[in-house]
Design a protein around this ligand. Structure first.
Ligand code: ADP
Ligand code: ASP
Ligand code: MG
Length: 402
């Protein structure tokens, strides 16, 4: 059997944890399996590196930032190989170049295009455990790229797909996927199974337990995932196409605090304005999420939308530089907002779900700034300070508690 095992930052945060991971991998190796390990940077090392960069230059170039961030994962894979060899098992660490892991050229947000498997196969044939850096790739300029925060999950799934692995296990610091972040909602329930689609929505809407692209890729290549703890033997959650358990109305609650609301006030109420605004943002590679346009009055209208908070500086600059050509009287923003969402395939045929969520928020005295819905989710934009209260209230209202 070929097994891909991915361990996140907390799971390799110090010497003891590295040894623990090494031992877990060695157990599979000694059982006769081929083992490919994907690691994140140790602990909060990626944040530390970002802070170091910003201390030198508040707006570091994206290429250089990726050059810096890739050192985090290189540290952990090298130390892991040393740990395994200390424990008497041959192991080799490989970075994105050595693999090679080809991506698009978008620094900080690259997508995996192709993985060469020859080197990994050769090392496995030599009976070594192969340890690969998560989160990083190389582009056509022979530069390092990174896959976006949390991207090591995607490296693991991509490797599992490319190597036709028999199992892909994502080890983290919680026991699996819960109905809500168990750190915020204390009575959240661990799910035995979840579908790719529901997991994809939860991940995209802020459930950081899996990188959303990893779920997208797992679905595309039909890679079954198991999310489980690196610190205990508990069973974890299986992410797959179809689940046996009866679908709940709502399967989970997610929150995302990486959000800013921007509003363009007093735009001319004529064709082409929305196109101009969102074209400018698209060209700057800024993801726009919720969009709200007011009805035109006195020949003007307002457009509000949300973007990732870490794109705010860039977005504001683009809009402000083009304020005259878009014809906006004023640009306002709010950095202290958050999105709270409910997700569930079961809500498709149940029209009362959104209303119940709004009623719950009203009963908790939480004001809703914006709303967006799809067939299987409802998202509200609220004040950031209300996030945890909203998550708990909504989680309880839909009966998701343990
Ligand atoms: P890793 O470093 O292992 O990749 P992450 O911090 O990226 O770990 O992801 C694990 C964290 O995801 C958990 O500690 C938990 O706080 C958070 N999380 C958010 N939503 C969920 C959820 N629905 N189920 C489980 N964990 C969640
Ligand atoms: N180290 C990277 C991050 O912190 C990638 C990952 O952990 O998945 O975002
Ligand atoms: Mg992660």
């Amino acid at each position: 059997m070929l097994i891909v095992k991915k361990f996140g930052g907390t799971s390799v945060a110090d010497k003891e944890r590295i040894m623990n991971v090494a031992n877990r991998c060695i157990k599979d190796y000694k059982a006769g399996h081929d083992v490919v390990v994907v690691l994140s940077a140790m602990g909060k090392q990626t944040d530390v590196l970002i802070d170091m960069a910003k201390d030198i230059n508040p707006q570091p170039g994206k290429r250089e930032l990726d050059m810096l961030l890739t050192t985090g994962e290189q540290t952990s894979v090298a130390l892991m190989a040393m740990a395994m060899s200390y424990l008497g098992v041959p192991a080799v660490s490989l970075n994105a170049f050595q693999v090679a892991m080809h991506t698009t050229s978008a620094y900080g947000n690259a997508r995996i295009k192709r993985i060469d498997t020859e080197r990994i196969r050769n090392e496995l044939d030599l009976k070594k455990i192969v340890i690969v850096t998560g989160f990083q790739g190389i582009n056509k300029y022979d530069d390092y790229t990174t896959l976006g925060r949390g991207g090591s999950d995607t490296t693991a799934v991509a490797l599992a797909a490319a190597l036709h692995a028999d199992a892909c296990e994502i080890y983290t610091d919680v026991d699996g996927v819960y109905t809500a972040d168990p750190r915020i909602v204390k009575n959240a329930r661990k799910m035995k199974e979840i579908t790719y689609d529901e997991m994809l929505d939860l991940a995209t809407l802020g459930a950081g337990v899996l990188h959303n692209r990893s779920v997208e890729m797992a679905k595309k290549y039909n890679v079954q995932l198991v999310v489980r703890s690196s610190l205990n033997e508990s069973e974890g959650t299986v992410v797959k196409e179809d689940v046996k358990v009866e679908r709940m109305l709502v399967s989970g609650v997610a929150a995302d605090k990486n959000v800013t609301r921007l509003s363009l006030i007093g735009l001319k109420d004529k064709p082409g304005i929305a196109f101009k605004v969102f074209d400018l943002l698209a060209k700057a590679n800024i993801n726009v999420d919720m969009i709200l346009q007011s009805i035109g009055r006195y020949e003007t209208k307002d457009i509000s939308f949300t973007i990732p908070r870490d794109s705010f500086d860039e977005a504001y600059k683009v809009l402000n530089d083009n304020k005259a050509s878009i014809g906006a009287e004023e640009i306002s923003y709010n950095n202290k907002v958050a999105k709270v969402s409910i997700v569930g395939a079961g809500m498709m045929s149940n029209p009362g779900v959104a209303a119940k969520m709004f009623e719950t928020l009203y009963n908790s005295n939480i004001n809703i700034n914006m709303i967006s819905t799809s067939e299987i989710r409802v998202t509200v934009l609220i004040n950031e300070q209300d996030t945890d209260k909203a998550m708990n209230a909504v989680h309880d209202a839909f009966g998701l508690a343990d």
